[in-house]
Design a protein around this ligand. Structure first.
Ligand SMILES: O=c1ccn([C@H]2C[C@H](O)[C@@H](CO)O2)c(=O)[nH]1
Ligand SMILES: [Zn+2]
Length: 147
């Protein structure tokens, strides 16, 4: 029997690509302090993928999460919009990690509140899917600054 993709608008192959990229993105993580690797994949409407990983700093507060790395890469590659979905993965086999508060707000600047965020465990055998709206209810965004 043909398995359906867990995400509407994505084929099974596209969902696998999203997962593979989120997991592979961890390879570029620079996390010598926390030893906590995170990978992120933003899939555009075109199905092109933009990857990010967390980048830490000896001045610990300078750490940048995987999600913000990917977001800034997308925006500076010319993609301020048309984000179809996002996926993240840590290394834990038990837990599906979810984006921190700062990243949720940064994602909010560019993504639709309906955008699905897929949270994978370390080997992709488990996932959880929430929309940005689920993760950041009653959010403040660019439209709120317009009079
Ligand atoms: O969703 C998350 C949570 C944490 N981190 C990073 C920040 C830091 O480098 C390390 C430990 O918090 O993991 C991410 O990249 N994304
Ligand atoms: Zn974050």
């Amino acid at each position: 029997m043909q398995m359906n993709s867990p995400l509407e608008h994505l084929s099974t192959e596209e969902f696998e690509k999203l997962k593979r990229n989120a997991l592979e993105a961890r390879q570029r993580s620079y996390s010598p302090y926390s030893k906590f690797r995170v990978g992120c994949c933003i899939m555009l409407q075109s199905k092109e993928c933009i990857l990010g990983a967390n980048v830490e700093n000896a001045s610990y507060g300078g750490a940048i999460c995987a999600e913000r790395t990917a977001a800034v890469k997308a925006v500076t590659s010319g993609f301020r919009s048309d984000w179809l979905c996002m996926a993240i993965s840590g290394d834990s086999l038990e837990t599906c990690i979810s984006p921190c508060g700062i990243c949720r707000q940064v994602i909010r600047e560019f993504a639709s509140l309906k955008m699905p965020i897929v949270m994978f465990n370390g080997d992709g055998s488990k996932h959880m899917i929430k929309t940005l709206q689920d993760l950041l209810p009653l959010s403040f965004g660019p439209e709120d600054l317009a009079e």
